[in-house]
Ligand binder design. Structure first.
Ligand code: ACO
Length: 336
């Protein structure tokens, strides 16, 4: 008996950012920083901040757009996977809140925590469920509400200026015979918990048997901590390594890829990767200038923008790669 392998494809994309725009000049007014420092070091000019919304709210708006572009409704979804490092609550996951907002009764929903690589981790989970035949249509979201967790005093300036709020969503479904060109290819995932404390929010948390003490508060452990230079160096090395790894796994050369969608953490990281790998910058779209680092939301937000602007067309080959806290890193090839 012959059986055709089921392929997964991205059938729709969507993104959402909250309306409030915060410029570097706005940050100059509340901490010791300058527009010049932020732009030179990171490429960021503005970011969006929530005003009363949470992660599930942003995810909901991005989802509506993705469902519309995939020409389906929430009821057609078999599973929701939401990747975030800034969930609405410690538990339950933001995916459960999103599931309810979408008016769904019992559709399964789960959160996935892999920080800036989270979208690619979630996409790989979705691909595996679809290729195995377990599910036919899955919503994959990256959504982040960083701004309420940042320290907007001078103490937190090295991190606070970099991050923004936003959500990106895709619908992943089993490809039909007419979709010969569209498929989610291989995705490779890595992590190295050895470096967890180089980039983290330590508290509140259960390690050591305490949750959140007065001392933790006084030491500012509820805010993100990042060893910027260390992370930068690792990001460049790992992004190059994982890009080469996925190309080799797919049997492709750099020239076969139409667009490189790198995680939007810092424009200098991506420029360095492009320079060292000799990837033309025209093939590396970026939106970090407008949105800052939106962690798990960065890649699906960028994907939605390049699809809607017409820069990416059906059949184009995309290479996506990300690096972030954990450390985690990942890369995948998608024929859109
Ligand atoms: N405004 C002005 N000055 C600042 C600011 C600021 N916002 N932040 C730091 N500085 C100062 C520092 O205090 C330091 O001053 P000093 O020399 O007097 O000590 C000086 O600027 C230089 O600081 P560095 O940290 O050495 O600056 P660097 O050039 O390394 O850039 C940056 C910092 C932008 C954070 C960079 O290291 C970086 O992008 N790192 C990687 C970020 C990243 O990729 N994160 C991973 C993804 S995030 C995730 O996964 C959740």
């Amino acid at each position: 008996m012959s059986s055709t392998k089921i392929k997964a494809k991205i059938s729709g994309t969507g993104m959402h950012v909250p309306p409030k725009v915060v410029s570097n000049f706005d940050l100059e007014k509340i901490m010791d920083t300058t527009d010049e420092w932020i732009r030179q070091r990171s490429g960021i000019e503005t970011r969006h901040h929530v005003e009363g919304q949470g992660t599930a709210d942003l995810a909901y708006e991005a989802t509506l757009k993705a469902l519309e572009s995939a020409k389906c409704t929430a009821k057609d979804l078999d599973l929701i996977i939401l990747s975030t490092l800034s969930a609405d609550h410690m538990f339950p996951g933001s995916s459960a809140l999103l599931q309810h907002k979408l008016g769904l009764e019992t559709t399964p929903a789960m959160d996935l925590r892999a920080q800036c690589s989270g979208f690619l981790y979630a996409l790989n989970v979705a691909k595996a469920f679809i290729e195995s035949g377990i599910y036919k249509r899955i919503l994959v979201i990256g959504a982040e509400t960083h701004s309420p967790v940042l320290d907007f005093t001078t103490r937190g300036r090295d991190v606070a200026v970099l991050f923004g709020d936003g959500a990106g969503a895709v619908v992943v479904e089993a490809a039909g015979p007419q979709d010969s060109k569209s498929s989610v290819g291989n995705i490779v995932l890595h992590s190295q918990g050895q470096f967890a404390d180089r980039l983290w929010i330590e508290r509140p948390g259960t390690s050591g048997g305490t949750w959140f003490t007065e001392q933790h508060r006084a030491e500012g452990r509820q805010y993100p901590y990042m060893e910027g230079r260390y992370v930068f160096k690792h990001a460049v090395e790992r992004l190059i390594e994982v890009t080469n790894e996925i190309l080799e796994k797919e049997g492709l050369g750099l020239g076969d890829i139409d667009h490189f969608l790198f995680h939007q953490a810092n424009i200098r990281i991506n420029e360095k990767v492009a320079e060292m790998m000799k990837i033309p910058l025209e093939k590396c779209p970026s939106n970090i200038q407008k949105y800052g680092n939106c962690s798990a939301a960065s890649i699906p937000m960028l994907l939605d923008e390049v699809v809607r602007s017409g820069r990416v067309k059906r059949g184009d080959k995309l290479l996506m790669a990300a690096f972030g806290a954990g450390f985690t890193w990942a890369a995948g090839v998608v024929q859109f």
